[in-house]
Design a protein around this ligand. Sequence first.
Ligand code: HPA
Ligand code: ZN
Length: 340
Amino acid sequence: MEDLASFIRGIPKAELHIHIEGSLEPEMAFALARKHGLALGYPSAEALRRAYDFRDLQSFLDLYYAGAAVLRDAEDFYLLTRAYLERARADGVVHAEIFFDPQTHTQRGVPMMSVIEGIGAALHAAEGDLGMSSRLILCFLRHLPEDDAERTLDEALRWRDQLCAVGLDSSEKGHPPAKFARVFQRARAEGLEAVAHAGEEGPPAYIREALDLLKVSRIDHGVRCLEDPALVERLAREKVPLTVCPLSNVKLRVFPRLEEHNLKRLMQAGLTVTVNSDDPAYFGGYIGENFGACQRALGLGREDIRRLAQDSIAASFLPEHDKAQWLERIRTFDDRPRPS
Ligand code: HPA
Ligand code: ZN
């Protein structure tokens, strides 16, 4: 098989499904725990990394929320975000739309200002010195009541101009999108875009609910849509992008092995499909590793990679003018030396 590593790394792409708290590497968790005088319950970063063996979404979320406890001040959120952006830039990411979970932090007494201003400062710096654009997406935790999401939205609107969209994450089963219809309606009335995790562990019906009740413009994960052919047809017709996270899906046992992942079938069904890292520190790789592993396991070719990169830009919330410029760069991208 052709080695596409440098093509994958070089082609411009957007990352649209990354939880910033999920980019907390064990080494940084230990450094921040030391800074704040906290105990992590593991003897070393290596031991913590070895504990990343998950049965399902919930077993991951338990560790993910525990890990986030070391994030306490604006500097922590700055360092976390900066490390992610540098890593993503090395993988050819030119634009990132980043999720954050304010409730995970405000529940622990961390002011929302520390979270948003710390992340925001890193995004602003990367615009200058890494040449990366970005957006911030506020996710509501779906295992909490809608009231809590409503209060979170009220507070976050102080930073309205730093936010692009609202999203919905955490434990999917038993927490259908319908539970958040009112808070999403209010967010959209404020001019925010909407996205939601659906069809990761939950049924295709949750994808329909996210479209009909939350009026989302993208579905995060969405891989279970293939169980419902009429839904697939609708997603294709309405050009609703899916932000797929292949290594995450294997780690959380949505698919037993990457070779059995339905990424290629989603593409063949005419859907707008993007490849993303979800929680790269926990799932064994950033976006480059996700592309590389899929390329090898599913036999993706150069033009499949190009299409995934095009779809990532098309599915983003960038203005049309910026999209057109990146799409042209992707269309003509070639990592091989020109024959002379
Ligand atoms: N699914 C739901 N919630 C999450 C995830 C995920 O993959 N990652 C972080 N929060
Ligand atoms: Zn996710």
